[in-house]
Write a protein that binds this ligand. Structure first.
Ligand code: AR6
Length: 204
């Protein structure tokens, strides 16, 4: 027969569960003195100040995490993207750049859209462009006072950037930005699976 669980134990279990599941995501590791959290889950469930979208230059939606963000956020995000394309971004958003929109139904204030590089073997500026995605997105967060920001693993899906090569680029860009800026106070790197998070952690 199972042992009865006393109330102290029940509350310890509940609080442990809460910390492992903060912001709707499973926490896998905490780095950079608590300012970088490696998590697993669906980034559209993140509750905080901003989510970063791995978009394309057209900014009008797509597959992968881009499709998931537009589906979960609803039409307000696409409406903001269309306004940008009609005004300041007539030629689209270049790789390595970032721009913010509203977040529709998501549990964040802003979506920061960035365009990662397509992987062409690594000698076509891919690492610099990938680092620039993280840095440009973080610069928007800092300038808008967005304190908790979640990133997906930019370029590592449809755009084909090898996960183990993207990991140190993402980590260094985030570390360098945070060392110079108090905002955002906390960055989440959200992987879609435990296996993807394992690759990231092993590659550091
Ligand atoms: N939550 C967290 N991570 C996710 C989710 C999710 N809901 N869905 C996918 N991922 P990708 P890219 C992971 O392809 O490589 C789109 O069509 C996924 O496992 O979304 O930058 C755009 O419109 C992968 O690790 O983005 C562009 O055309 C990571 O997110 C193009 O894809 C990025 O995969 C951009 O390609």
């Amino acid at each position: 027969m199972a042992k009865p669980v006393d109330s102290d134990m029940a509350s310890r279990m509940a609080s442990g569960m809460a910390s492992r599941m903060a912001s709707g995501l499973k926490i896998r590791a905490t780095l950079l003195e608590g300012r970088l959290i490696v998590a697993v889950g669906d980034i559209t469930r993140f509750s905080g100040d901003a989510i970063v979208n791995a978009a394309n230059s057209g900014l009008l939606g797509g597959g992968g995490v881009d499709g998931a963000i537009h589906r979960a956020g609803g039409p307000a995000i696409l409406a903001d993207c269309r306004t940008l394309r009609a005004t300041t971004l007539k030629d689209g958003l270049p790789p390595g750049h970032a721009v913010a929109t509203g977040a529709g139904h998501l549990s964040v204030k802003r979506v920061i859209h960035t365009v990662g590089p397509v992987w062409h073997g690594g000698s076509h500026g891919e690492p610099e462009l990938l680092a620039s995605c993280y840095t440009s997105s973080l610069a928007i967060a800092a300038s808008e006072g967005l304190d908790t920001v979640a990133f997906p693993a930019i370029s590592t899906g449809v755009y084909g950037y090898p996960r183990e090569k993207a990991a140190p680029v993402a980590f260094s860009a985030i570390r360098d930005f945070l060392s110079d800026h108090p905002t955002p106070s906390t960055v989440y790197l959200v992987f879609f699976s435990d296996a993807d998070a394992d690759v990231f952690l092993a590659a550091l």
